[in-house]
Design a binder for this molecule. Structure first.
Ligand SMILES: *Cc1c(COP(=O)(O)O)cnc(C)c1O
Length: 355
């Protein structure tokens, strides 16, 4: 027996590569926003009172939680804030998934879900997406220990909205489970399930500042749901680490919420560039899903080049995209939407490689 037999062993999540700041690349591999946060954030940072760092922050994230509640038209006790939505999701998994029955989520989705299940020893089962990469609603209507759905899904980019009752039917079929809807990308064109939190007490909507608010480096995520769900999450959080949100994050988060006009424009630019990129790739024989996110999920024409080869050759040219060596993913690339200039450079590189 060694101490190592008592270690909580887990295979960690692998994020997209972050090159060092002095290595200039066109970085299209982690779905970061290509535009900076609002100027209101810079002003708030310049005016930040360093003296206040002496004091612990509000454990309930008070002023930022209240600003979020006002912004989304929900009550303060219906909002939970965490260190990025990864922290919010991890807390939700730990809080709500405590059953012998498996938690279910799609086989192709955000690849952190199975990692949290592993680290918290939560049983889980994945359900296959259909051949067009859509989530099959019928798979989520039976008995389970909980449900997680990313909508729009990643890395497919697809939003389940052809069926307007898609999420609602899953929520009503599962009164004995919590349904987590991960809406990390919803601002780029998806349809939010937020209105459901007023009707049902078992649905939790999770959002992030990392993508549409250009705040990946700041680490702010939040969840909205029935006040009882939020209370249970806070009980768990206060049992692990009460002060997750630091004072600068709280202040800058509020500043980011005070300039919707700026973010609407930035998001609209990304959406326009996304549609441009999709068309350019389709003109070159790629198959591209109808993404409602800030990335495209594209398969190069098989007879010309494999996704893996294209990924490697782009990397040699300092253009980073994402490729997974996994069934039904290995024939595709996930390409984050950058600025117009970056995407033009990306398309030019694709032409050069495929020439
Ligand atoms: C990016 C992402 C997150 C996590 O983002 P944070 O930076 O931790 O807020 C969660 N879910 C999905 C589907 C994502 O793509």
């Amino acid at each position: 027996m060694s101490w190592e037999d008592k270690v909580r062993k887990v295979v960690p999540y692998i994020p997209g590569e972050q090159p060092s700041d002095d290595h200039k690349v066109i970085k299209l591999n982690t779905n970061e926003m290509p535009y900076p946060p609002s100027p209101k954030v810079s002003e708030a940072l310049a005016g930040f009172d360093t003296e206040s760092l002496r004091l612990y922050p509000a454990p309930d994230v008070g002023p930022l939680r209240d600003a979020l509640a006002a912004r989304y038209g929900v009550a303060c006790d219906e909002v939970f804030v965490g260190v990025g939505s990864d922290d919010v999701l991890a807390t939700a998994f730990l809080t709500f998934f405590y059953s012998d029955k498996p938690v279910i989520f799609p086989d192709i989705t955000y690849s952190f879900y199975d990692v949290w299940c592993d680290v918290y020893r939560i049983p889980y089962e994945t359900k296959k997406l259909d051949e067009d990469y859509h989530i099959v609603k019928a798979d989520y209507l039976g008995e389970n220990g909980g449900i997680v759905i990313a909508n729009p899904n990643a890395p497919t980019g697809i939003s389940e909205e052809r069926d307007v009752r898609f999420i609602e039917d899953i929520v009503t079929a599962n009164p004995e489970s919590v349904v987590i809807v991960d809406e990390a990308y919803v601002d780029f064109g998806g349809v939010s399930a937020l209105p459901l939190i007023k009707k049902y007490d078992n649905v939790l909507i999770v959002r992030t500042f990392s993508k549409s608010r250009a705040f990946a480096g700041m680490r702010i995520g939040f969840a909205m749901g029935n006040s009882r769900l939020i209370k249970y999450m806070n009980d768990v959080k206060y049992s692990v680490n009460s002060y997750t949100m630091n004072r600068p994050a709280i202040e800058l988060g509020i500043a980011a919420l005070s300039d919707e006009e700026y973010y609407e424009k930035a998001v609209a630019k990304v959406v326009k560039t996304r549609q441009w990129t999709k068309k350019e790739l389709e003109d070159r024989g790629f198959s591209v899903t109808d993404s409602k996110t800030n990335f495209v999920f594209a398969a190069p024409p098989e007879d010309k080049i494999s996704a893996k080869e294209l990924f490697l050759q782009l990397k040699q040219r300092d253009i980073y995209v994402r490729w997974w060596d996994k069934d039904r993913l290995r024939e595709r690339l996930r390409i984050s939407v950058g600025t117009d200039v970056e995407m033009q450079a990306f398309v030019a590189a694709v032409d050069e490689i495929m020439a």
